[in-house]
Design a protein around this ligand. Structure first.
Ligand SMILES: [Zn+2]
Length: 53
């Protein structure tokens, strides 16, 4: 399940070490349309948005 950082509203994987304080979200924001929209290194292990749960 993704986590939204409460600092800068960036989206991270739930095992990301960089997110710090954040809030779990059940769905990615509508503006995220591809894995490339997720800028953090924590998404490097995912091939596509379909792999994120
Ligand atoms: Zn991250």
């Amino acid at each position: 399940m993704p986590i939204m950082s409460s600092d800068d509203f960036s989206i991270h994987a739930d095992d990301c070490e960089d997110v710090g304080a954040g809030m779990s979200i059940s769905d990615l924001p509508d503006e995220v349309t591809s894995i490339d929209d997720l800028e953090c290194e924590c998404w490097s292990g995912f091939d596509s948005l379909e792999d994120i749960e």
